[in-house]
Design a protein around this ligand. Structure first.
Ligand code: PMT
Length: 395
């Protein structure tokens, strides 16, 4: 049942529009509230009145029509959505979404939503296999847009091949899977570290790295959605913290992160260390701004505590996951970290690869367990990777 869930269904123009009527009818049967947005060409295939009757809601298609229910319709619908579905999705709407184009009601509303977006493409086989269309789909997948792949079969144009809209039943199941996230981590208490650390040189200067916190925050968000109690310990970042955290602790330096982790370790049974912690800090911190002279300046560095190694020493039956940001001898270095830090898994990212590591919304990783088994993953969004990491913990 989807009682209380708001599904915004974007319908773009193609022969498969009639199947979207069945999607609406199936969603209504499981008590979802459905608002339909049609493109102009979609309404050439099926009248908005049909969708209005099925959804029992006003159907929107014109940016400039007199508002009926909302003040600024595209923003209100974008905010209202628990999920935004586009079915059928033509090459045109996929291209617009992949390139940030907002020139009608549907493309404008979908660009304004923060809800998960599920796209069910339907088009002629040659169009679907066109490299530009595939590049657009790939780009959207990397940005965590979800897809229900089209089926193969006889298309309306007479061709036989890929491009047939997935069945309404499959699409409704995919909608349910997004809306009713499996709460398989209920009862788990997970401590996650994220972001960089800052090691002060003087009151105005510090040593840091390129971490933005995106990886750790994605794991935190996903773990919360799956029912876990999450404590997030974060270095200084500029992203929003996920809703629903049990505890959030902001830290600056590696020493502060060490203390925050150690104070919270007992009450957690899973620890995931995605933070990029500085290995060294200036041996002496000046309490006044260091003045420049004509001479060179050397800063003596001393070791910070290896937080992960300290946790590893006393981990007991806790599950401990580390990350390895490597540029060379990837597997050798990552495996050495598993042993040295007593880890259950390590998530290895080669930070020289495009789309991996620091600052990106995607990552490319290998996950190695303590027995040395290696699983290799293609480029994927950090949110998708978070699910994979959490699946691994859950057995
Ligand atoms: O934050 P983003 O911009 O999304 O970037 C993500 C990321 C690249 C930071 C992330 O994917 C990642 O690789 N994090 C670990 C970075 C790192 O410090 O790697 P390392 O190989 O130097 O350290 C190995 C492990 O030891 C890490 O789990 C680290 O948290 C831990 N460590 C390191 C040093 C130290 N003094 N204490 C530690 O606990």
């Amino acid at each position: 049942m989807l009682s209380g869930k708001n599904v915004v269904l974007g319908v773009s123009g193609g022969i498969a529009v009639y199947k979207a009527c069945d999607i609406v009818s199936r969603l209504k049967k499981v008590n979802a509230n459905v608002n339909v947005i049609m493109t102009k060409s979609a309404s050439e295939f099926v009248s908005p009145l049909t969708f209005q009757s099925l959804s029992q809601n006003h159907v929107v298609s014109d940016m400039f029509e007199e508002p009926k229910t909302w003040d600024i319709e595209h923003i209100a619908l974008a905010q209202k959505a628990d999920i935004f579905v586009i079915a059928p999705a033509t090459a045109n709407i996929i291209g617009k979404m992949a390139n940030g184009i907002a020139d009608d009601m549907l493309s404008t509303t979908v660009i304004a939503t923060k809800a998960p977006v599920l796209i069910a493409p339907a088009m002629n086989t040659n169009m679907y296999q066109n490299k530009i269309v595939q590049m657009n789909i790939e780009k959207l997948k990397n940005l965590d847009y979800k897809f229900v792949a089209p089926e193969s079969g006889r298309l309306a144009c007479g061709d036989i091949g890929e491009g047939k809209l997935a069945t309404p039943e499959t699409i409704v199941e995919a909608i349910k899977a997004v809306l009713i996230k499996n709460k398989d981590l209920e009862g788990q208490r997970i401590l996650i570290t994220a972001g960089p650390t800052r090691e002060a040189i003087d009151p105005v200067r510090f040593i840091t790295n390129h971490s933005t916190g995106k990886m750790g925050y994605a794991i935190a968000k996903t773990a919360i959605e799956r029912g876990a109690d999450v404590t997030l310990i974060s270095g200084p970042v500029n992203i929003q913290k996920p809703a629903g955290l049990k505890k959030f602790i902001a830290v600056q330096s590696a020493a502060e992160m060490f203390h925050a982790v150690m104070e919270n370790i007992d009450e957690n049974n899973i620890i995931i260390k995605s933070a990029a912690v500085a290995d060294y800090k200036p041996k002496h911190q000046s309490d006044k701004k260091i003045k420049k002279t004509d001479d060179d300046l050397s800063i003596e560095l001393e070791r910070n505590k290896d937080i992960l190694k300290e946790i590893g020493k006393a981990k007991g039956d806790k599950t401990l996951i580390g990350f390895a940001a490597e540029t060379n001898d990837l597997i050798k270095n990552a495996k050495a970290k598993i042993t040295k830090k007593n880890l259950d898994f390590i998530v290895l990212n080669d930070i020289t690869q495009k789309g991996a590591g620091f600052g990106t919304d995607s990552n490319i990783v290998k996950i190695i367990n303590k027995n040395g088994d290696i699983k290799e993953y293609p480029k994927m969004s950090k949110l998708h990777l978070s699910d994979i990491i959490l699946d691994m913990i859950n057995g």
